[in-house]
Design a protein around this ligand. Structure first.
Ligand code: SF4
Ligand code: SF4
Length: 395
């Protein structure tokens, strides 16, 4: 197993993401035997980092993870959990919710604790005085119940820079969605550089983009097989990330023993990609994109009579075109109403200014339609909020 040093700890470079455990087809419950078998194998081969979150798997992930770890000494592994500020039903007793996670994980401290899913929308909750989240969580750190504090992030580079500048010295690490597709599609390169510039550790989620890079279309897979017929598609995604020196932990949401075996093989040794291999991956990524080639040069912005943040909107558009998700919509939820894509009057100034010849008004009209159609985070948030109320006996 490859390890990385983080503040004197030896973290396994492969971390076990606990968001996607397989369920038993007969009962619909998490297949605990399978989870135990996967954990045993991973631990035997040196994995020591396990990442869960309060809302994962309807609140059952924390419990299943804890069950699979209970036969191992608490100081032989690291656990990461997350505070669900983006899912709260309203201002609540944050400390009670934090303690509920400790209780479900049968521990009195978290090695790593994250504010879950900071974005342009959820930052308003996390920073709200009424919600009082950051001071309460920092109190838990002062009391020794959190060893290392960070956040997971789904927003854009500008917000990331703002947060890290404002909270200099508060956070120690940031978890971002990064893989060879999102390197450009979701500006992961810029985010990686910003975190590194601020001297914090980079944690990676979605290294295979929800499995899409683990099972490529046949023709793309064949290009990689031509380099090495024995390697899985997923292993290429991991090797791309292994080449980025400030990445401390790469989380993989494994739900089959065969996936654990394959990933363990990839993380046995580091074999850097050649330039040719890297270019092949970027070529595959380009072919997967379905949006517009906006370079965020902002030449179009000054002339917009509505003063829309066109590159921001086009980044959301590209994300929607790849896969409509509530998280993509959440970035639009973060904008004031007068900055949403449906405010575009179609004057065409931007299209004339654009060196990439992007038909911006057409893209914004389509974005407005996709955003209206959903999925909407509000729906997920409402359901999760009800679960939190029930879990904390707040009815
Ligand atoms: S077409 Fe829309 S986005 Fe472009 S300049 Fe006009 S109002 Fe702004
Ligand atoms: S001018 Fe074109 S490429 Fe530049 S930010 Fe605007 S839309 Fe994007």
């Amino acid at each position: 197993m490859l390890y990385n040093d983080f503040q004197g700890m030896n973290l396994s470079r492969l971390g076990f993401g606990c968001m996607r455990f397989a369920s038993d087809p007969a009962t619909g419950e998490i297949d605990q035997n399978k989870v135990n078998a996967m954990f045993d194998l991973a631990i035997q081969k040196g994995v020591n980092y396990f990442d869960t979150a309060y809302p994962y798997l309807g609140g059952k992930s924390e419990i299943a993870m804890t069950e699979a770890l209970k036969k191992y000494p608490r100081d032989s592994y690291y656990i990461a959990d997350k505070f669900p500020g983006h899912s709260l039903p309203g201002p609540i007793d944050n400390i009670a919710l934090f303690h509920r996670s400790l209780e479900k994980c049968q521990t009195d401290y978290f090695d790593f604790y994250l504010l879950h899913n900071i974005s342009e929308w959820s930052i308003k909750i996390y920073e709200s005085e009424e919600y009082h989240i950051i001071p309460d969580i920092l109190k838990m750190k002062e009391e020794g119940k959190i060893r290392h504090f960070g956040f997971s992030f789904h927003g854009g580079p500008d917000l990331l820079e703002q947060v890290l500048t404002k909270y200099e010295g508060v956070f120690e690490f940031v978890q971002i969605q990064c893989n060879y597709l999102d390197w450009t599609l979701q500006d992961a390169k810029k985010k990686y550089d910003i975190i590194t510039k601020h001297g914090l550790g980079v944690w990676i989620m979605e290294p295979c983009r929800g499995g899409k890079l683990a099972k490529l279309p046949e023709e793309d897979s064949a290009k990689l097989k031509a380099f090495d017929p024995e390697r899985s598609d997923a292993s290429w995604a991991f090797r791309f990330l292994q080449g980025l020196p400030n990445i401390k932990v790469i989380l993989s949401g494994m739900n089959e023993v065969s996936q654990v075996e394959d990933n363990l093989k990839t993380f046995e040794t580091y074999q850097p990609l050649t330039e040719e291999e890297k270019n092949c991956l970027f070529g595959i990524a380009e072919g997967m994109k379905k949006g517009v080639p906006c370079t965020a040069c902002r030449y179009c912005c000054d002339g917009c009579p509505i003063q829309l943040d066109i590159p921001y909107l086009l980044a959301c558009y590209n994300d929607y075109k790849f896969a409509a998700s509530a998280v993509a919509g959440m970035r639009l939820d973060g904008l004031d109403k007068e900055k949403l894509p449906d405010q575009c009057i179609g004057c065409g100034q931007c299209a004339h200014a654009c060196p990439q010849s992007i038909d911006v008004p057409a893209a914004l009209a389509e974005l407005a339609k996709m955003y209206a159609e959903g999925p909407h985070w509000e729906v997920t948030k409402k359901a999760r909020g009800e679960e939190i109320k029930k879990d904390l006996n707040m009815e």
